[in-house]
Design a protein around this ligand. Structure first.
Ligand SMILES: Cc1cc2nc3c(=O)[nH]c(=O)nc-3n(C[C@H](O)[C@H](O)[C@H](O)COP(=O)(O)O)c2cc1C
Length: 375
């Protein structure tokens, strides 16, 4: 039996395996509302056997969206279409999670395939951005407004309201997006946070926004369901947020009752030199896990079933998240099961896909679809 297909518990939620669909923006929503694209995209990956399907970054306020086409969770009307998705994911035996996000100074940008740099103008559907300090992301971006304390309090409340809506929509796991240079990360890093009040300066102060957000979210989210936090373990930039601070943060998150830290990296500053390659962020997850005792998720160029299994066996992480490989192959988990000699049933509707005999002649064995993985 492979570890990758060994179920794992977080609080009262059991993931049937340790493969998660990493959150991936689809830039395909109108007014933040999920639609058929999201249902089919996410549903296909649940059909493909992932144990956890994490819905893309959902803006907790309209201004928190990266692009005008991002998903949102800032109003109750957004609950029903999300509920349709969680229902379908659960019907496939997977668990539905969602990432709660605010893009801060990286908000109001063009969706990637439009191929335009910088901010979307207000006349074109964009908006003014906010951040801990009035420092733009790069030379193409608008300068954000530095957040007032009153506005900070409102944003913390917006995360909590997002958590409440996520629960109503049927999600069993939420992930707070504190990575990739978005708002929470902007507070963490001294490169983007130059405040001189209690939200800037010392480690204690730079982590305050995240800590207060977690406490507010915990009030709004059922105790029996887990909360994950995604971080960028390092900015890969001089004088930026680094792995030592990440380890210290993980210790504090553990004390607060966070269930898993999902370890990514980069995104805070343009032109960071990131040593990209297979499993390039797994070492960061391993260090955080070893030194903080908090469960970790690892993400980043994980494409091979044996690689994923190795990461778990060597106790570098507890959960393996895949993004682009699951775009290339939504059935990656089912193929991985075969590669790791683990019997996992294909959905009965697809069971004959695993047989190479004449499909019109064969009498399928509907009683044991698991047998399909062994041929
Ligand atoms: C199309 C696309 C959209 C993404 N959107 C998000 C997102 O909403 N939230 C997030 O934390 N990361 C996002 N990411 C990053 C992925 O979750 C993942 O961390 C990254 O792609 C590295 O994993 P991979 O090598 O398996 O693709 C996105 C990546 C892609 C390719």
């Amino acid at each position: 039996m492979s570890l990758l297909f060994d179920p794992i518990n977080f609080r009262q939620v059991t993931l049937p395996n340790r493969i998660a669909v990493s959150p991936m923006c689809q830039y395909s929503a109108h007014d933040g509302m999920a639609n058929d694209w999201h249902l089919v995209h996410l549903g296909a990956r649940a059909v493909g056997g992932a144990g956890l399907v994490i819905v893309e970054a959902a803006g907790v306020t309209p201004e928190g969206r990266i692009t005008p086409q991002d998903l949102g969770i800032w109003k109750d009307e957004q609950i029903a279409p999300l509920k349709r998705i969680t229902h379908f994911i659960e019907q496939q035996g997977a668990v539905a999670g969602i990432q709660l996000a605010h893009a801060g100074r990286k908000a109001s940008t063009w969706r990637p395939w439009v191929n335009k740099h910088g901010s979307v103008a207000i006349a074109q559907g964009g908006w003014e951005t906010v951040a801990p300090s009035a420092l733009p992301f790069d030379e193409h971006s608008q300068a954000p407004h530095a957040l007032s304390k009153e506005h900070i309090t409102q944003l913390i409340e917006a995360f909590a309201e997002g958590a409440r809506r996520a629960c109503e929509a049927g999600f069993k796991i939420i992930e707070l997006h504190a990575a990739h240079g978005y708002l929470i990360h902007q507070f963490l890093s001294p490169l983007s946070n130059q405040r001189d009040d209690e939200y800037g300066g010392s480690f204690e102060n730079r982590t305050r926004f995240l800590m207060e957000t977690i406490k507010a979210v915990q009030q709004a989210w059922p105790q029996q369901y887990p909360i994950f936090v995604r971080i960028s373990a390092t900015d890969w930039a001089e004088n930026g947020w680094n792995i030592d601070e990440s380890i210290e943060l993980a210790k504090r998150l553990k004390t607060l009752g966070i269930d898993l830290i999902d370890v990514s990296s980069g995104g805070l500053v343009p032109n960071a030199k990131i040593p990209v390659g297979p499993g390039y962020q797994t070492g960061l997850a391993a260090r955080i896990r070893a030194e903080s005792g908090l469960a970790t998720g690892t993400v980043g160029q994980i494409t091979d079933p044996h690689q994923a299994e190795h990461v778990l066996r060597t106790e570098q992480a507890d959960l393996v998240l895949l993004a682009r490989e699951l775009l290339r192959d939504p059935h990656w988990p089912l193929h991985a099961a075969k590669a790791l000699d683990t019997p996992v049933a294909w959905p009965p509707q697809y069971a004959r896909a695993t047989s190479r005999t004449n499909p019109m002649r064969e009498e399928p064995d509907y009683t044991n679809s698991a047998s399909g993985t062994s041929d």
